[in-house]
Ligand binder design. Structure first.
Ligand code: NAD
Ligand code: UDP
Length: 340
């Protein structure tokens, strides 16, 4: 298939481009580079030994998006483009609603006009809100999310269901990611957060490489086995392969919309993650237990039955694989990608 990857210069998009190309697809990338890097796309070309057109496009711009889709002869789209920082979304909600919803509706309009009706969307486990029973199952309702960021995912899922209801020829996958972590084993591409990382593994990796003094563990008195929160961490290459499986599945299934959890199906605690990273880096890492972070849930993970049965996909990589690959990326690129 000829696949347009929006947001393909970002963290998950670059890894998915590698998996799509490895599976025999042809990839083009569209990104406004607000958080992605052209250098990351160059490195995907190096890993895959291919040439990848990078369209630097603002996807909220309907005319530019229409021009892009008009010239592309795409068979399908994997839509990663969006802003993703939960904390920032509380401070700048309008920017999140305008960007995330605006670029999705602009893209869907262009795709409908040019008859490209295969669409894979980056949703998130955050749509399950605070009350869903663990493990999370796809048919849980009502979807709700605490943050404006999460709310854009709930709203876009709704928009996509409405679009498919109005035109039943659409084939749409809503992929609800749990906690994507890790990097390509080459260490050439990986997660490159701006400023102080909010997420656990990038923070630990920056402690290990000497950019941060110590890890603060947010809460040691949760009702979990070791008192720290548990999450369903998923190697980004497993996640990337989940997108390839989802594209294949929606191409062969009846048209319509499906939601699938992409997770490992088990919880790992903050302390277990820290210990795994210490094994990868070969030394102990400074840390302390501090106050809980407001809004954190004690523990959640995915029920992955549906993805296994319907997509033929399961996460294969271990937490140790993940930490080894993250350390390869962080130690080879201590400051992330070079500034452009
Ligand atoms: P990322 O920031 O690395 O990638 C997103 C890309 O989209 C960036 O390269 C950015 O430049 C681009 N972009 C943003 N707005 C755009 C616009 N208006 N026009 C064109 N390009 C635009 O983020 P990521 O971690 O790779 O996440 C990809 C997607 O997966 C996002 O939609 C995110 O919300 C979702 N997601 C991520 C996680 C996670 O933990 N990383 C978890 C669940 C869901
Ligand atoms: N966490 C932590 N210290 C950090 C960052 C995160 O203890 O510096 C914890 C956080 O409280 C949560 C887990 O690590 O329990 C995963 O956090 P992350 O932000 O990566 O994912 P999310 O909470 O969004 O699932």
């Amino acid at each position: 298939m000829r696949v347009l990857v929006t947001g393909g210069a970002g963290y998950i998009g670059t890894h998915t481009a590698v998996s799509l190309i490895s599976a025999g697809h042809e990839v083009e990338i569209a990104d406004n580079l607000v958080n992605g890097k052209a250098e990351a796309v160059r490195r995907v070309e190096e890993i895959t030994d291919t040439s990848i057109p990078l369209h630097v496009v603002e996807l909220t711009d309907q005319e530019a998006t229409d021009d892009l889709v008009a010239q592309g002869s795409y068979d399908g789209v994997v839509h990663f483009a969006g802003l993703k920082a939960v904390g920032e979304s509380w401070r700048e909600p309008l920017a999140y609603y305008e960007n995330n919803i605006g670029c999705t509706t602009s893209l869907l309009g262009a795709l409908a006009r040019h008859d490209v009706k295969m669409f894979v969307f980056s949703s998130s486990a955050t749509v399950y809100g605070a009350n869903a029973p663990v493990p999370y199952q796809e048919d849980y309702e009502p979807l709700e999310a605490a943050s404006p960021y999460g709310q854009t995912k709930v709203m876009i899922e709704r928009i996509l269901r409405d679009v498919a209801q109005a035109d039943p020829t659409w084939r749409i996958a809503l992929l609800r990611y749990f906690n994507p972590v890790g990097a390509h084993p080459s260490g050439r591409i990986g997660e490159d957060p701006k400023g102080i990382p909010n997420n656990l593994l990038p923070f630990i990796a920056q402690v290990a490489v000497g950019r941060r003094e110590k890890l603060s563990i947010f809460g040691g008195d949760y009702p979990t086995a070791d008192g720290t929160c548990e999450r369903d961490y998923l190697h980004v290459d497993d996640l990337a392969e989940g997108h390839v499986a989802a594209l294949d599945a929606i191409a062969r299934r009846d048209p319509g919309v499906g939601a699938w959890n992409l997770g490992g199906g088990r919880g790992t605690s903050v302390l277990q993650m820290l210990r795994a990273f210490e094994r990868a880096a070969g030394r102990e890492l400074p840390h302390e237990i501090v106050e809980r972070r407001p809004g954190d849930l004690p523990a959640f993970w995915a029920d992955t039955t549906r993805a296994t049965e319907q997509l033929g996909w399961t996460a294969k990589r271990t937490i140790d694989d993940t930490c080894r690959d993250t350390w390869a990326w962080q130690s080879q690129n201590p400051q992330g990608y070079p500034e452009e």
